[in-house]
Ligand binder design. Structure first.
Ligand SMILES: Cc1cc2nc3c(=O)[nH]c(=O)nc-3n(C[C@H](O)[C@H](O)[C@H](O)COP(=O)(O)OP(=O)(O)OC[C@H]3O[C@@H](n4cnc5c(N)ncnc54)[C@H](O)[C@@H]3O)c2cc1C
Length: 447
């Protein structure tokens, strides 16, 4: 076996999902990795922390994955935590509205595409003609989109009515692309449909983590050190180290200069620009045009079990998705007794809501939930937490998608990763993992 000294060194900046994936893949490809993270935790935007009062582990916003997240699953398999995501019981999605409408999308009666078709054709809130149109529209939208098309352009070209777009496609696009159909990149909708809905096997399974997100990355440090790598938390990369026009290392906030054969910058676009010397900044000035989209997550605890389905998509309310955390996460008997009802409510593309004070958000969301689920009127709200992630994901429109950088940055020795890079996927856990793997492969090839 090669000793660490003989292995080319790869420095990865940023321990979000993209940096974790880059570090794992570069190690598997025979490099010795130094992973440098500014914060004292790994996971970046996909992390969890403990709520002091209840002891519950809270994510920085509820995340869900899908069976088709192959890059993410590959990394988790290496770390030994894939089972925290694996489909235990398939989770059908219930739809509900304040007007008493109820529906269920259950694509699990049959495997693969047949299951998706069956799930669509059994939706009760749509007429038979509408269900057929949805199915044909979904196939059509998965086949192709011009570069300039928004998601709604694609859907209209696939003969989806305004009503179908509003009731079916808008919630799906908001959930998967974190942008309204009117501006979201149509090519990304196509990518989602191709992989998740028509990918076959368990691609379409909804995977809800069964532990706080940080648990997924917990074995990383040990995994890396056992393979000759290291991780430096609380260490910010301040500058790149150059030899002529080649990047040969990183200067850190702790005063170190770490040298290596390759540097992977797995940081958000603004942080990437800051790492570059002035002479290169003008070449990436366009990255300033990448706006971000907010997500507001509302965690609520009640004095009784709420008797609601595990995953609910809401129609016609500000609140968009409800997750029964008590159903997914392991909780102690004491937590179960003191705070029996524990849910999370997600609101994507939440520009207006993110401006409101948190107690107004809680009151509004709680009121909406009580109208959708009248049984909740009896439940007493004991505790709440609101997380406003103002820059949850980059806004990827047909125009801004073209600004995404490819893994080989165009600068010798430097590679880029992150959910905002050119993966052809939405800015998700899977996009981030795919970007990290692509950057590691490009780096290993050149090192
Ligand atoms: C509320 C919310 C809900 C979401 N829901 C979902 C979901 O349901 N499903 C899904 O698939 N995706 C979801 N996402 C998106 C997903 O979390 C992100 O796409 C993914 O985590 C991005 O990972 P990343 O590694 O690209 O970036 P980041 O997580 O931002 O990681 C970048 C890392 O770089 C570090 N860093 C920056 N500058 C430096 C420096 N100079 N030196 C050292 N370190 C540095 C940062 O501290 C950070 O840890 C959600 C995101 C949010 C916020």
């Amino acid at each position: 076996m090669d000793s660490v000294a003989n292995k080319p060194r790869c420095i990865v900046i940023g321990a979000g999902v993209a940096g974790i994936a880059a570090a794992v893949e570069a190690t598997l490809l025979g490099m010795s990795v130094v992973l440098v993270e500014a914060h004292r935790y790994v996971g970046g935007r996909a992390r969890s922390f403990r709520d002091e009062l209840t002891g519950d582990e809270l994510d920085n916003g509820q995340h869900v994955a899908m069976g088709c997240y192959q890059n993410l699953r590959h990394i988790l398999r290496e770390l030994g935590t894939e089972s925290l995501l694996a489909p235990n019981d398939p989770v059908p999605i219930v739809f509900a509205s304040a007007r008493g409408e109820r529906d269920v999308f259950n694509p699990y009666r049959w495997s693969g595409r047949l299951g998706v078709a069956d799930g669509l054709l059994r939706l009760q809130s749509f007429s038979l003609a509408e269900r057929l149109r949805l199915l044909i529209g979904g196939i059509c939208a998965s086949l192709g989109a011009d570069r300039e098309m928004t998601a709604s352009d694609v859907l209209r070209a696939c003969r989806q009515s305004e009503s179908l777009i509003e009731r079916f496609w808008e919630p799906l696009v908001l959930a998967t692309l974190n942008a309204p159909v009117s501006i979201a990149d149509g090519a990304l909708l196509r990518a989602v449909l191709q992989r998740a809905i028509f990918g076959g096997g368990d691609s379409h399974y909804l995977l809800v983590p069964r532990a706080g997100l940080s648990k997924l990355w917990q074995p990383l440090e040990r995994w890396l050190t056992e393979r000759g790598g290291t991780i430096r938390l609380g260490t910010r990369a301040e500058d790149l180290v150059w030899l002529d026009d080649r990047v040969i290392g990183v200067a850190t906030s702790t005063g170190e200069e770490i040298r290596g054969a390759a540097v992977i910058a797995a940081v958000p676009p603004k942080a990437y620009v800051r790492l570059l010397p002035q002479r290169y900044r003008s070449t990436v000035a366009f990255l300033a045009q990448l706006e971000t989209m907010p997500i507001v997550s509302v965690y609520l605890w009640y004095d009784r079990p709420l008797v609601i389905p595990p995953v609910v998509g809401l129609w016609g309310t500000t609140a968009q998705w409800v997750f029964d955390r008590a159903a997914f996460l392991e909780r102690s008997d004491d937590q179960q007794q003191r705070y029996p009802g524990h849910i999370e409510v997600t609101i994507s593309a939440a520009h207006a809501l993110a401006q409101q004070p948190t107690d107004a958000i809680v009151a509004h969301v709680n009121r909406e939930l009580c109208t959708v689920f009248p049984q909740m009127k009896k439940a007493r709200l004991l505790h709440w937490r609101v997380i406003k992630e103002r820059s949850a994901t980059p806004l990827l429109t047909p125009k801004t998608s073209r600004l995404r950088l490819s893994a080989s940055s165009g600068i010798a020795g430097l590679y880029v990763a992150g959910d905002w890079t050119a993966t052809g996927l939405p800015a998700t856990l899977e996009g981030a993992a795919a970007s990290g793997i692509a950057a590691a492969r490009a780096a290993a090839q050149m090192a």
